[in-house]
Design a protein around this ligand. Structure first.
Ligand code: DCP
Length: 636
């Protein structure tokens, strides 16, 4: 359900940048012969020439469309070059494109808050940069950049073709414009500058929308393609929305949009203006009413998130028609492949960006043998994510079995699976000072895999709801995530990682962490990371628990907000006792990689080793040198 957010009072400048025929451009860069030629990238599955997933603008000129297959594209445009998407593990391997996207993001992020929205889309908050430029009034920019900005399409600016550039130049420098439009003019110049840099440094062209909010910027970025930008002055918002078909609006492409059309006869966003708030509320409830009311007026308070990395990683594959999977062995074979890729991606994210994923989700599409048109959907299932390919494969298979059991409703019937995907989500930054946790995660298999109770099933994981990386793909799907492979694009990846890490570090400092060295955050990390295992691991032979007022609630708060628990509580105790009450975290000491222990102070190492191999003789611990003094007991 769409949620309206209050729009900030201050004027903003938001850009949405979208690469042009992205996969084709990547292929054209690595094979210059394809430059300027009608070209398309096709799926791995070469049935009827393979499904087209990206089409160059030259090919579009011949009438080639993404909905076609290679054979049809050849009929329409005999000279077309069809390039097959790279393949790994029997499916499309998108790493090349992800890395290319990272190169672009590293450039775009130089001018303001940057949110990577998909493999080839980015939102930028350019408000500060625009304000700074405006102080130079008139904006000072090289003629080359100004020329590019002068090619902008300004919504509502009427002029015939011959006069367009002259009028745009005048619009960009208007002294009588209001403050918001002056900022937008600066935004247009900044975006032009960024696009020129992207072209020079990566050889890729992109298009952009510039407006005072994300919604409008996104709506217009694809309006004039390729290699152009479009600006939405505040005065033209109403006219623009008046004729915009409802289905074009994000969130209205599905059921809500259909209901507006069928139940209220709304065809364009402008039509919504004639409905009272009461009428909208009666039909859709208060939240949706508020969102619709604001959307109809071009109001959207959604912020650009400071995120250069993906919110989730996903790997999927579809098995259409005769390729449908009909037994557990074939499902396992494919799940193993998908999990192997997922595992590599999250491991790479961990190594490069110090980020850890918390939730593993399995999605599938299925049908029963006896009812082809069953409306019952295969339920999505989730569980806490354990690092290590074998563990992910094992858990994914359990999720599948659990989902299948529910899907079949105890009927003894055949089934077939037409799509499978695994997703790692709820990704958070590991607090600094926890380098050893990386080894903990990479450590040997835990003796006790988590059970997957039904209570953990998530028909709709909210974090996946707005999974902006999913694009509909005909036969295969590997949700483009932005984890960069260490080996194939170290440069762009490190550019992003460095920025992200610096941002994280700044955030961390601004939260004024208490003066605690590395290991405390390991414990905090564990207290958070393991909290979801509480119920499931109780029976697995608990070795150690950590108790203290606040530890559980901090962990839970962190979990709710998808961030690590704040380092607020140093007054915790550590014990090897069975946990009592909910304010407890625990972990299985056998799961700890010995290498983790090596990073702790020597006295703590001795104590932990004592837990693992209890000494026959009472230890001669010095007061003040034990783990409990490192994490001093709770003071009441
Ligand atoms: N993609 C895909 N399958 C789809 C749609 C897209 O694999 N069904 C991939 C290939 C595209 C890339 O995602 O190059 C970006 O998708 P866009 O929808 O942004 O389309 P393009 O960038 O190809 O073209 P445009 O210039 O129209 O944005």
């Amino acid at each position: 359900m769409p949620v309206a957010r209050p729009e900030p009072q201050e004027p903003r400048v938001i850009a949405h940048v979208d690469m042009d025929c992205f996969y084709v451009q990547v292929e054209q860069r690595r094979n210059l012969v394809l430059r300027g030629q009608p070209t398309a990238v096709v799926q791995y599955n070469d049935w009827k020439g393979g499904g087209l997933i990206a089409v160059s603008y030259e090919a579009r000129g011949f009438g080639v469309k993404r909905s076609m297959r290679g054979d049809e594209a050849k009929r329409v445009c005999p000279g077309i070059n069809l390039v097959q998407v790279p393949v790994a593990r029997g499916k499309a391997d998108l790493n090349l494109y992800r890395s290319a996207g990272s190169e672009v993001v590293a450039i775009l992020a130089s001018k303001g808050k940057c949110e990577r929205a998909s493999i080839d889309e980015v939102y930028l908050d350019l408000t500060d940069a625009a304000k700074e430029m405006l102080l130079q009034a008139p904006p000072d920019s090289p003629e080359e950049i100004f020329m590019e900005a002068a090619k902008s399409n300004i919504l509502g600016l009427l002029s015939d073709a011959g006069e367009k550039e002259k009028n745009v130049r005048a619009w960009l420098c208007r002294s009588d414009a209001d403050y918001q439009d002056k900022l937008l003019a600066c935004g247009a110049i900044i975006v032009a500058q960024l696009r020129v840099r992207v072209l020079e440094e990566t050889q890729f062209t992109c298009s952009a929308g510039i407006a005072h909010n994300k919604m409008l910027a996104k709506l217009v970025s694809g309006m004039h393609k390729p290699a152009q930008q479009t600006v939405v002055p505040s005065s033209s918002v109403q006219d623009f929305l008046a004729s915009l078909p409802v289905k074009k609006m994000k969130q209205l492409g599905g059921k809500l949009g259909s209901s507006l059309q069928d139940d209220l006869g709304v065809e364009t966003i402008g039509d919504l203006l004639s409905f009272t708030e009461d009428k909208l509320q009666e039909q859709y409830g208060v939240n949706t009413r508020t969102w619709l009311w604001k959307t109809a007026r071009g109001i959207s308070g959604e912020e650009v998130e400071d995120r250069l990395l993906p919110k989730s990683h996903g790997c999927g594959k579809t098995f259409p028609g005769p390729r449908a999977l009909k037994n557990s062995a074939s499902v396992k074979g494919w799940l193993d492949q998908l999990c192997e890729e997922l595992s590599e991606r999250i491991q790479s994210d961990l190594n490069q960006n110090k980020r850890i994923a918390q939730t593993l989700t399995l999605h599938a599409r299925a049908s029963k043998e006896n009812e082809r048109d069953s409306t019952k959907k295969f339920p999505s299932k989730s569980c806490p994510l354990r690092y290590g390919t074998g563990k992910i494969q094992e858990d994914a298979m359990k999720l599948f079995e659990s989902g299948l059991h529910e899907f079949l409703e105890s009927q003894n019937t055949g089934w077939s699976i037409t799509s499978l995907s695994v997703t790692a989500s709820k990704i958070f930054d590991i607090p600094s000072g926890t380098s050893s946790i990386l080894r903990y995660i990479k450590g040997p298999s835990s003796a006790a895999p988590p059970a997957i109770p039904d209570s953990l099933s998530v028909p709709e994981d909210p974090s996946l709801d707005n999974d902006v990386f999913v694009k509909p793909i005909h036969e295969e799907q590997c949700q483009p995530s932005m984890s960069e492979k260490e080996d194939n694009n170290a440069h762009s990846a490190s550019a992003i990682s460095a920025k992200q890490r610096q941002a994280n570090e700044e955030k961390r400092i601004s939260k004024k962490l208490p003066e605690v060295k590395g290991t405390s955050s390991i414990l905090k990390f564990l207290s958070w990371g393991q909290s979801t295992f509480h119920e499931k691991r109780k029976s697995d032979g608990l070795i150690c628990s950590h108790q203290g007022p606040g530890s559980y609630s901090e962990a839970n708060k962190a979990e709710e907000h998808n961030v690590p628990a704040e380092a607020g509580d140093r007054n915790n105790t550590s014990s090897c006792a069975e946990p009592s009450g909910s304010n407890t975290w625990m972990f299985n000491i056998q799961d700890i990689d010995p290498a983790v222990v090596e990073e702790l102070p020597p006295e703590i190492q001795r104590e932990i080793q004592g837990w693992v191999r209890p000494s026959k003789h009472p230890s001669t611990k010095r007061r003040g040198s034990t783990i409990s003094s490192y994490f001093p007991p709770t003071r009441s």
